[in-house]
Design a binder for this molecule. Structure first.
Ligand code: AKG
Ligand code: FE2
Length: 336
């Protein structure tokens, strides 16, 4: 595949990212996901209504308005209901998550895997570091204790910095796509071209030096990379962005009137550590052992249910039997 006179792999090697247009078919891949998430929103509304936390189920409202209303009335974002992952701490036997068949269908999409294959080779493992991010317009969102929207812009980081040291030699690639068009004002990815060549940078915990929109939380101080060089990557439905694990990136704020809704999935060559071993991955494509490819959405969901059972026995009330972070406080790079 050739994009703007350079091959996809050349562009990825030079820039640390590549956007490929029209990889996923909106009607057969993305619309079924959106339909599936209507059920998820139903269950969120039912649970909150039963607990007396919202004044109505809001069944008459369209998806976006209903989600926003629920976030407003509860003063919280409820992303865990929608995410195909689990928290690192305090998982309960009934912690909600969503690992539905339409989601699994995207993870195993052949056209998506064809591009992944060009970038990391033909033996492809679905790495379980993966998230859905549904971000309503910031002006409509309640604020957290720091005065920031309860779900907003993503602070500067490298995806390598999000996994444990076990994955230092893993050739992990991130794939990012949006369920709805994501113009600049909706808060797309924001990447620093070429920054993947500078190695793993320090990620600070609860850092305050990157400006009010990134107050607190884990992030790379802006003085460690060329922030002025950052470019936004708006997307249309069906486009997919591929990121090198050391590309410095974040996302912009959603200052539009629409929700901003993305998936980020990761893949690595089979046999390499995922850097999050307690979470379940699977063989997405194997030319050597095609019979090992997982194509059963129920089995995938069950693997997350089993993981939830395992997680409910560890990392409770401040204990840390399973580590998810490689960073400690007190690095000189993090001084203000
Ligand atoms: O979509 C976002 O806000 C951030 C996504 C991200 O950091 C990623 O896909 O690795
Ligand atoms: Fe990221």
């Amino acid at each position: 595949m050739v994009i703007a006179d350079r091959t996809l792999t050349e562009q990825f090697a030079e820039q640390g990212f590549v956007k490929v247009e029209g990889v996923l078919d909106p009607e057969t891949v993305l619309d079924p996901i959106i339909a599936e998430y209507h059920e998820v929103l139903d269950s969120l509304a039912e649970d909150l209504y039963a607990a007396g936390k919202i004044s109505s189920n809001f069944t008459d409202l369209p998806f976006d308005e209903r989600l926003i209303k629920i976030y407003q009335e509860t003063g919280q974002a409820h992303n865990q209901y929608f995410d195909f992952s689990l928290p690192f701490q305090g998982v309960k036997p009934d912690t909600p998550f969503w690992a539905g068949p339409a989601v699994f269908n995207a993870f195993t999409n052949e056209r998506l895997l064809d591009v992944v294959e060009q970038l990391i080779g033909p033996e492809i493992y679905s790495n379980p570091v993966q998230h859905v991010r549904i971000k309503p317009p910031e002006k409509l969102l309640p604020k957290n204790d720091l005065g920031m929207p309860v779900i907003g812009a993503t602070a500067w980081h490298q995806d390598h910095g999000v996994v444990t040291e076990e994955a230092d030699d893993t050739n992990m690639i991130t794939t990012w796509f949006s369920l709805t068009d994501t113009p600049v004002e909706s808060g797309p990815l924001h990447v620093v071209p070429g920054s993947h060549s500078d190695g793993l940078l320090t990620h600070c915990l609860d850092y305050e030096g990157n400006g009010p929109e990134f107050r607190g939380g884990r992030q790379i101080p802006q003085r460690l990379f060329e922030k002025q060089a950052a470019v936004p990557l708006p997307t249309k439905r069906g486009d997919v962005i591929f990121l090198h694990k050391q590309l410095v990136h974040g996302s912009l704020a959603n200052v539009s009137d629409q929700i901003r809704w993305s998936f980020d999935l990761r893949y690595n060559p089979i046999g390499q550590s995922t850097g999050r071993e307690i979470f379940p991955g699977f063989v997405a494509r194997s030319h050597e052992n095609p019979d090992k490819e997982l194509r059963n959405a129920q089995a995938w969901r069950r693997s997350w249910l089993d993981c939830r059972t395992r997680m409910a026995a560890v990392n409770q009330e401040g204990t840390d039997e399973v580590s998810f972070s490689r960073w400690a406080d007190g690095h000189p790079d993090c001084e203000m």
